[in-house]
Design a protein around this ligand. Sequence first.
Ligand code: 3H9
Length: 656
Amino acid sequence: MAQVQMPPSRAWKFHLDFEGIGWLTIDVPDAPVNTLSRETLAELNGIVTALEDMQQSGELKGVALLSGKESGFIAGADITEFDEMGDPGVLRAALDRAHALFDRIEALKVPVVAGIHGFCLGGGFELALACHYRVAVNDDKTRLGFPEVNLGMFPGFGGSGRSIRQAGPVDAMQIMLTGKLLRASQARRMGLVDKLVRVRDTLRWEARKAILQGRKSAVAPLAKRAMALGPLRGYVANKMRAEAGKKASLEHYPAPYSLIDLFEAHGNDWRAMKEGEAERFIPLMNSDTSKNLRRVFFLSEGLKKQGVRGKDKAVFRRVHVIGAGVMGGDIAAWCALRGMGVTLQDLDMERIKPALDRAKSLFKKRLRTKTEIDNAVARLEADVTGKGLARADVVIEAVVENLEVKRKIFADAELKTKPGAILATNTSSIELERIAENLTAPGRLIGLHFFNPVAQLPLVEVIRSRFNADADIARGASFALAIGKSPVVVKSAPGFLVNRVLMPYMLGAVQRVEAGANKEQIDAAAVAFGMPMGPIELMDTVGLDVGKSVAEELGNPVPANSQFAKLIADKKLGRKTGQGFYTWTNGKAVKGEVPPHPDLAGLGRELVQPLVNATSVAVAEGVVASDDLADIGVIYGTGFAPFLGGPLQARKDGRA
Ligand code: 3H9
């Protein structure tokens, strides 16, 4: 066998076996996940040249492309390099190089098979799509997709055209427009993956078989491609625009609209789609929206570093929740959904039953098989006597906001729980120090402040009292991460971070309405600025009674003669009673026409000023440690316009 001459490489390893199969493995050094950096792509370029030579000489029968990392295949292009590619000429050259490289891989005459496990995302998926055949492990960890849209862009390495070629326009556009990640079986059904294997160990075997049999992925059948043909394409594009419009505006999030324009121009011809990509991709990647969304990505990555790392990493198996009301019950259900054994305690079964019923609905919604649902149901146990306390790794109290009741609960929990167990309260209004002060070890008590609805809101404020050590807080953050939530560490102070910044914004809007402003216009203005929901609708959603008590706690009592106070007195508490500032029907606010306004977004910007000011003060007072943490906390806790990068970033950029 001739000597294989491969150029030196840090990220790629190559081995030609006795059957002529070239095993190409990516394992980027010193990185938890593989990404396609400029260096990694340049190395691949050299390797592909060598492969072309080997194919010429006849010694190469095929190539299997695999990952050497446990975490998965490739998580996309290296996002850390994007800021350096601000110059459109530099970016264009980088895109052209990547396109040419992927085209050369596709043009190899020997079969090239991608063996996929774990994450196969963005540019990594695009590389897999340039291979002739894709085998994927059909397990719980494998995920394929294009998350680019969450970064304010769309696939830039030819994935727009190649995904349409394989899956047809409807499925391909859907995954690119939503960023939704697919399981291997879903990708197989769409035609994006050709063969499934059950475990990673058989990936090499199946790749070998595919090479020796010269298998080649089939393109989408005509029936699937038909939606992109003739005048139908314009119709489909308009439907897509209407769908996109329900989620995000063109002005704030241009990427989906730009992708739809590209589809409308070239969706019938995958090569033209691929060729047209760069021209539209470049302005997107250089847009403020993309820069800010990338910032949000890295801030959110930063949250993972707040937990305990390394050898002291805590393992949480059992959670005991005290209080089966809406918050307690939903926290318990969420923990069980995420795989923990949970005991849910309340005074009697009657109080616990509704929480178990709600939990079951959640499991049915989020889990796929009956076995998974049954297992989750079995993990959540009603516990009237509190026997779960002794075994719990984490105890979360979510009972009524009454200091004495909470003190009693933790005095008891301190005695019954095992030494390292976390004791946590979900209080939103009682000072943590006051609950902790009578404990033998007050540093054991932390706050874990969840948001309602627990299953939908990602943020957990990890509340630190003056008694806590760094290790107590890091363990609390680790627990939040272990249940898939995003922790933000906040000092024990009235309203913590989220309520503290939301309340002045909501009350400011309520005051405007009381002074005669049109509520529909106020809400529309906030949405035009970039908030997910207007402040009046939000107050109705939170509940006027809840809003009032938080306002009081923050030293802003609701004036007795106000419309707000009157609505509360009349039990018009918002969405939950069917009437608040709005009338609510089927869970939706009934809204009148929005009166015209010359600058709706400008009005929205005025409305959010109190929120931005309060965020700034929260950092100045040390409630959160940095502008970055405040920004990501407020984005996750209030939905504040992610495309602006958070309230403080928006202010720095002169946009809020
Ligand atoms: C793209 O591909 C565009 C192309 O079409 C065209 C381009 C021109 N880049 O999250 P983790 C880091 S756009 C750089 O803790 P997990 C991450 O920051 C890209 N770094 O692991 C962290 O670093 P550190 C499309 C990345 O298991 C470390 O890896 N792809 C990238 O919880 C571990 O990550 C995406 O948007 C990256 N692409 O989650 C996927 N990916 O240790 C973005 C990860 O220093 N990535 N890192 O903090 C993710 O969503 C998650 O990281 C993933 C793993 C789900 C993969």
